[in-house]
Write a protein that binds this ligand. Structure first.
Ligand code: HSE
Length: 313
């Protein structure tokens, strides 16, 4: 028996106009995965442990567990017949738009690669990690897995072939994350994707491309104010915010308290606000909490920074 342990961070996807393209790794929560190669060779995958905090629930069955989906695909592609055991120590609350399935998938792909000395490059490991996203999103999307694997801010280029571009975030980038404690549906991301429009006006598309470009420029110049300017999204946010009670109030409060911008984290219901100093962080945290409370929603609010990517410790 041989085991490898890996860790991968939480993340926020989209950053407003960068739907399925932008991701930022966050040092807020971490998932830990231990992959063990057993002696028997029946090609079986077992999930022996899932340690999770109260209220967190992720599926144990192989068809619906992100880590198991990743292992299954890697075993098929590399013709591996050993029995594999997966232990999952969840730090990231699943279903709240903080890259929970992505982190488990990334840590799994990272550990599995080392366990069998496969020497798969990081881009292809991101590809394997995206297999796990099918568990919660019903489809592969690469924004959370790319940043959780590589760390920092990442851009997913889809056509003509997949490519991942990484930027080191500015040192003075701070984020206030608000997690409303509302129930979320099973396969929440799939549900949150099903309500999105399939088409948009040219005006909205131009506005989003312009803002997305501004975000990239902000990361290139390491200018947090410029990043924040680009967060406005005309296509996804107007639809998804309806699933987040009190969203407009939370946003107004955060900005009045000194946040530079606020948007939905990934598919929600968490929100992220951007700050270029931690000086206002307490007021912004309080403002976000009060914004949710105005709709009788409790929330947990945190201050965090960008994170490095997957590691063994
Ligand atoms: N880009 C994905 C979505 C991220 O918004 O559906 C899910 O965390």
């Amino acid at each position: 028996m041989k085991s490898v342990r890996a860790f991968a961070p939480s993340s926020t996807a989209n950053l407003g106009p960068g739907f399925d393209i932008f991701g930022l790794a966050l040092d807020l929560f971490v998932d830990e995965i231990i992959i063990t190669k057993k002696q028997e060779q029946n090609g079986r995958i077992t999930i022996s442990t899932i340690k999770q905090n109260q209220g967190m629930k992720i599926p144990f069955d192989n068809e619906n567990n992100a880590a198991a989906l990743v292992v299954k695909k890697m075993m098929e592609d590399y013709n591996i017949k050993d029995n594999i055991d997966i232990q999952i120590i969840k730090g990231i609350p699943p279903g709240y738009g903080l890259g929970s399935s992505a982190a488990s998938s990334v840590a799994t792909a990272y550990a599995f690669d080392q366990l069998f000395d496969l020497e798969i490059n990081l881009s292809n490991l991101i590809g394997y990690s995206a297999e796990g996203e099918r568990a919660s999103a019903g489809a592969k999307h690469y924004d959370n897995v790319a940043c959780s694997m590589l760390g920092g801010f990442t851009i997913v280029r889809h056509f003509p072939s997949l490519e991942f571009i990484k930027f080191e975030p500015p040192e003075d980038l701070y984020l206030v994350v608000g997690i409303p404690t509302i129930p979320v549906p099973n396969k929440k991301t799939e549900v949150a994707r099903s309500i999105l429009p399939l088409n948009s006006s040219l005006e909205n598309i131009i506005s989003n491309i312009s803002n997305a470009s501004t975000i990239v420029a902000g990361f290139a110049y390491k200018d947090v104010k410029m990043i924040a300017k680009g967060l406005d999204d005309k296509i996804v946010e107007p639809v998804r915010k309806k699933t987040i009670p009190g969203y407009d109030k939370v946003k107004e409060n955060a900005i009045n308290a000194g946040a530079l911008a606020l948007t939905i984290s990934g598919a929600g219901p968490s929100v992220i606000s951007i700050l270029n100093t931690d000086r206002h962080s307490h007021s912004v945290m309080k403002a976000v909490k009060e914004g949710f409370a105005a709709s009788n929603i409790e929330s947990n609010v945190y201050l965090c920074k960008p994170s490095k990517g997957a590691t063994n410790q």
